[in-house]
Design a binder for this molecule. Structure first.
Ligand SMILES: CC(C)(COP(=O)(O)OP(=O)(O)OC[C@H]1O[C@@H](n2cnc3c(N)ncnc32)[C@H](O)[C@@H]1OP(=O)(O)O)[C@@H](O)C(=O)NCCC(=O)NCCSC(=O)/C=C/c1ccc(O)cc1
Length: 454
């Protein structure tokens, strides 16, 4: 062992500034892989109200069922389109109509004939399908989930403690496979969920399921709701840029089981119906690291800057609370207007901080599709073309609002679109998500070389 005075001399030759400089990455944090997963049960919005009122034994509340359908069905649209189609159909070929009618009766195909009368549900919410952990089997095993006056939190938490990390593992293992390096090269794990309430939490379980190294630094984020995915990505950026060689796995996993229950009789504030009209289940995983290794890692998006804005006077606009019968939501009616009214300020906070003046029309957009009206109003407030939020709308249509996980689906959809057209179009973009607070998060992204090469 070296004498004490030699140790002291060695220590003075290296300053903490030197250590700090050596710790820092050279380049910006970069998205290196993205993957998503969903539970098996896929439910079309057309059948959701029937399913929901049946499994929660609420069929004696037809006025609430009608209200749920009103939230996501544009009846005026349905009627005019159908009437117009019928009118044309009859005009063009009333003989054909008669023949079809006769043929339908003969071949017991009458139901097909009636299809033209079926409502095109989902138009108003922008949602056509959702994936849900909750199905007939789950509700049969736990009839208490129907009625939030009954104590059911214990059972919900127990189920979620397995289902949430398992769903995350499905996405994360695909992200690791795409990344092309061993799972043991992951140095940090950030897990965001509102669905799991147990400790040790989903991050610990996910690390075991994936075989991550025992020194992986784990962080769990909870109750960030719809901005959880963006918060996790922002933290991943900090970790990747401040720890040379770090490779951060971001995992988000949500199953809305924690907040699945029937509507309350005489219940007037409709929060339950709005939540059940919009929310779906899914998981997403992203690997973030700086200074990609040539020929091994494929950089997809560079993360240039990240910011958070708290919207003034908005504390009560989105709230959640865990009760004995499950998690309760409140989503204020004016939320889309509130977000649209503050969107320019959030973007100015982000772009102003790096001294860049951006024209909104020149950017690509990865906005959390909290609901169709949110996307409509933001597009309008920023003067964007109708197609600017196409990736967000596509995810909303296919999966619904999966809370914090949804922006990862949107990022993946954007990546697909860029890969398909050789990354033509905007080079810079904004990823944005909103949640309780109201908290609005923004990450400025730039298309990276791995997408341009396609
Ligand atoms: C698809 C909607 C719901 C309806 O479309 P619309 O074009 O506005 O249609 P209408 O104006 O005809 O409204 C249809 C019905 O819905 C009702 N409605 C319309 N928003 C409402 C309303 N927030 N309340 C309660 N009734 C309403 C509205 O009053 C009306 O009822 P009625 O008059 O009886 O026909 C549309 O308003 C919309 O997209 N709204 C935005 C949805 C929204 O706020 N999304 C949630 C974002 S926040 C989030 O995602 C995070 C949640 C979270 C997750 C997990 C956490 O841990 C924490 C947080």
């Amino acid at each position: 062992m070296a004498p004490a005075h030699h140790q002291a001399a060695a220590a003075t030759t290296v300053t903490t500034q030197d250590i700090r400089r050596a710790q820092r990455a050279d380049g910006p944090a970069t998205v290196l892989a993205i993957a998503t997963a969903n539970p098996e049960t896929r439910r079309s919005q057309d059948e959701y109200a029937d399913f929901y009122f049946r499994v929660t034994k609420s069929e004696h509340l037809p006025q609430l069922k009608e209200k749920l359908e009103r939230i996501y069905v544009d009846k005026f649209y349905i009627n005019t389109v159908e009437l117009y189609a019928m009118y044309n159909f009859i005009l063009e070929s009333h003989y054909k109509l008669l023949y079809l009618f006769w043929d339908s009766l003969q071949s017991s195909n009458f139901e097909n004939f009636l299809q033209i009368r079926k409502p095109h549900q989902g138009k108003k919410s922008g949602i056509e399908n959702r994936y849900t952990y909750v199905n007939d089997e789950v509700m049969k095993a736990h009839p208490e989930f129907s009625d939030r006056k009954l104590p059911s939190l214990d059972a919900r938490v127990e189920i979620a403690s397995n289902a949430v990390p398992e769903l995350a593992a499905a996405a994360a293992s695909m992200a690791i496979a795409e990344w092309g390096r061993p799972a043991t090269d992951i140095t940090h794990l950030i897990f965001s969920t509102y669905s799991d309430l147990k400790a040790p939490s989903s991050d610990r379980r996910l690390a075991s399921l994936l075989g991550l190294r025992h020194t992986v630094c784990r962080t769990i984020l909870s109750l960030h709701g719809c901005y959880g995915g963006c918060r996790a990505l922002q933290l991943a950026k900090e970790l990747a840029e401040n720890n040379r060689g770090a490779r951060v796995l971001v995992a988000c996993s949500e199953i809305s089981l924690i907040a699945f229950y029937g509507p309350e009789e005489g219940y007037t504030d409709t929060d339950t119906l709005v939540a059940h009209a919009l929310f779906g289940d899914g998981s997403g995983a992203v690997i973030v690291g700086a200074d990609p290794v040539d020929a091994v890692e494929r950089p997809l998006f560079e993360m240039a800057f990240a910011s958070q804005t708290t919207v003034p006077d908005s504390e009560g606009a989105i709230t959640v609370q865990h009760k004995k019968g499950g998690m309760e939501y409140h989503i204020a009616r004016g939320l889309p207007e509130m977000l649209a009214g503050n969107i320019k300020r959030c973007l100015a906070d982000a772009f102003g901080a790096i001294g860049v003046a951006a024209r909104w029309k020149d950017l690509f957009w990865a906005v959390h599709p909290g609901g169709r009206r949110i996307l409509d109003l933001i597009e309008e407030a920023l003067g964007l073309d109708n197609g600017a939020m196409a990736a967000s709308r596509q995810v909303l249509r296919e999966y619904g609002n999966m809370s914090g996980t949804t922006v990862i689906f949107v990022l993946n959809e954007l990546r697909r679109r860029f890969a398909a057209d050789g990354a033509e179009g905007a080079d810079w973009g904004a990823l944005m998500a909103f949640g309780p607070g109201i908290t609005a998060e923004t990450i400025l992204l730039r298309v990276a070389s791995g997408l341009k090469g396609n």
